[in-house]
Design a protein around this ligand. Structure first.
Ligand SMILES: [Mg+2]
Length: 333
């Protein structure tokens, strides 16, 4: 049997069964980040995220500083999904020895910019020689005891809501693949290109949601909305229904889809790497959350509901299931 047969999530399940329990590890493998109790008023949140050139990014699609920014943002988005405040980030990079120093500086500069933008600091890491560029980010955050947002808190009868708008990174990848990196900087492409190159992990919104006590579950949208809703469903023992007509599609996606003959809604439902937050909440609490400044400034839109059952699905307005091209992102598929 090969890894591709069991997939990324099958492999992670096997690792989780091999790892021993520890009372200091409140939440281990299976959430956006681990949650540790090391004593003190805050719990420690730890996550790690690796990106490999050619697999997760292309250097002809993004400038080195943009690659660094995206890599750091992936880990910081997981910190945000736990409702935590970023503290320190550690970055391991593998770089070809023939790389110009200026380019390497730019890559790490992008990491540092992303970390400083959310109030954290780069505190260490490792540097190795490699044939292809590898970036591995470990992010540490803190959250007051009892406030962490987990995937496991969704209950039947609740609503699902998402911050911001979805689909721009998938639209940017599609247009780059279709038209190539030398596509002129057309007006229609600018919004999705900007969102792809400069993601904004929802750290402030995540902290506000956690402090409010009104979000009962959360995940960041990194694999694709429907698949990430499925991760909440699995950990909560419920079924997640995404009502596709409610999903906010990011600025520029519809124009890009028309340009290349694609479907913008599919990008919003299954594209991934949006780094927005998907939460479960009681629908009656939506106005109270939107009254929080950090939530209001990014927006929070109801996109579905939690039911008894298992799995996740996207429905159209007539209640028909929407066929998605693939079940989100799987590294070994
Ligand atoms: Mg995540």
């Amino acid at each position: 049997m090969q890894l591709r047969d069991i997939g990324e999530f099958g492999f992670i399940d096997r690792i989780a069964r091999m790892a021993a329990d520890d009372p200091a590890v409140l939440v281990g493998i299976g959430d956006d980040a681990a949650l540790l109790d090391l004593g003190g008023p805050d719990h420690l949140v730890v996550t790690t995220d690796a990106m490999l050139e050619g697999r997760h990014f292309r250097l002809d699609w993004l400038a080195p500083e943009e690659v660094g920014r995206r890599a750091a943002s992936g880990a910081l988005s997981d910190i945000a999904a736990m409702g935590a405040t970023p503290a320190a980030v550690f970055c391991t990079v593998g770089l070809p020895p023939e790389w110009p120093v200026e380019r390497a500086d730019a890559l790490l500069g992008g990491v540092i910019d992303a970390v400083q933008a959310v109030g954290g600091t780069l505190a260490g890491g490792d540097v190795i020689a490699a044939d292809r560029v590898l970036i591995d980010i470990m992010a540490l955050g803190r959250v007051p005891c009892g406030q962490a947002l987990l995937r496991s808190g969704a209950r039947p009868g609740q609503a699902l809501a998402v911050t911001g708008a979805l689909g721009a990174p998938a639209a940017a990848v599609a247009v780059l693949a279709e038209l190539g990196p030398d596509v002129p900087a057309e007006q229609t492409l600018a919004p999705v290109r900007r969102r792809f190159a400069h993601p904004e992990p929802r750290v402030r919104a995540g902290r506000a949601l956690a402090a409010s006590g009104l979000a009962s579950a959360a995940i960041d949208v990194s694999d694709g909305l429907v698949q990430d809703a499925g991760h909440i469903a699995e950990r909560s023992g419920v079924r997640a229904v995404i009502e596709a007509w409610r999903v906010p599609v990011a600025e520029g996606c519809v124009e890009v889809a028309e340009r290349i003959g694609a479907n913008a809604l599919t990008w919003a439902l299954a594209g991934g790497e949006d780094f927005e937050l998907l939460i479960a909440l009681d629908e009656a609490d939506l106005p109270a959350l939107l009254a929080l400044q950090a939530v209001a400034e990014v927006g929070l839109t109801m996109v579905g509901r939690v039911e008894a059952g298992t799995g996740s699905v996207a429905l159209d307005q007539d209640g028909r299931e929407i066929d998605l091209p693939r079940g989100g992102w799987d590294h070994f598929a």
